[in-house]
Design a protein around this ligand. Sequence first.
Ligand code: BMA
Length: 325
Amino acid sequence: MIRKHSELFQRHANNPILTAADWPYVVNSVFNAGATLLPDGTTLLLCRVEDRRGHSHLCAARSVNGVDHWKIDEKPTLLADPEHFPEELWGIEDPRITFVPELEQYAIVYTAFSRDGPGVAMALTPDFVNFERIGIVMSPEDKDAALLPRRIGGQWALIHRPVSAPRAHMWISYSSDLRQWGNHKIMLEARRGAWWDANKIGLSPPPIETPQGWLVIYHGVRLTAAGCIYRLGLALFDLDAPERCIQRGDEWVFGPDAPYETSGDVDNVVFPCGYTLAPDGDTVRLYYGAADTSIALATGSVRQMLEWLEQHASDAVVVPPTVIG
Ligand code: BMA
C-alpha cells in the first residue's frame, strides 16, 4: 500500500488563473502577485509583470470572486520610479500587501532591482491608484519583505531576507517612522545540508495573524544538480515578539507538481506573495507565481495549518544552526 501525505492546499481547477495572454498590453509573463480584499469584497492582485526586456513592473487586476473575470489595469499600475533611480533601475518585483488600519492605507513592500542587486522598497496607497513612494528601506542584497499590520511594542515591524552568503535567513527589523530601521533580529534560519529548506529561505505572503501567533508561510530553496526547487513550509511566531519562533514544520507543505508549476520560464517554482482570508476567518486563498510564468490559486485552512504544525513541528525555539544542520 502506498501511503500518501495529506495535502494542506488544493489547487483551483481553473489554474493558472492569470497568464500573459490575459494582459491588455504585450508582456512576457505575470507571476508573484501581492493580494488583498478591498472594502467592497473585491479581490485585488498586484501582479508582477515582466516585459520583453526582462524588467518587471506591477499591475493591478481586480475580480469580484477572486477567481475569474479579472479587470486588469490598461497600463502599468506601478512602474520603477525615475526619482528612485538607480535603486529601481532594473524594475520592481514581488510585492507584498499589508492593510495598516492605523494609517488607513495599504503598505506595498516590493523588491527594487538595482545595479547592485535587489533591495527592499516601500510605497503606501489608499486605493491602488495614488501612491506615496517611501523608496528603499533595506539596501541590497535583500528581498522577500512584508510589513506587519500593526505596531509591536510601539514599533513597526518589517520581515525581510538579507543575503549573507552562502546562506540567507529571515530577519525582522523595527522602526518608529517606517523609514529608519534598526533592532535587527534573526527570525528564522535556513537549515543546512539535505533539508528541503537548506541554505536559502524567505517569507512568502505576509504573516496570517491567529490567536495562537503569526502563522508564516515561507519558501525554501533546494539547490539540486538539476536546478532549484521552490517549496513552501509553515512556522508560527509569538504575537508580541514575532522574532520568537514557537513552532516550525519539518516537511514542506506545498511544492511544484502541476505542469504549470514544473515548467515555465523558471521550472519548479511555486512562489506566493499574497493571500486573502474568506469571511469565515479560516479559508485562505493563496495566490502564487507558477514557474515565473503565470498566477495560480490554491485554497487552504488556517485551522488545518495550525493543527498540522502541532503534529509536525520540531520545537523550533532558537535552535542553533549547528543543531539544525
Ligand atoms: C526568487 C525571486 C522570485 C522568483 C524566484 C524563482 O529569488 O526572485 O521572484 O520567482 O526566485 O525564480
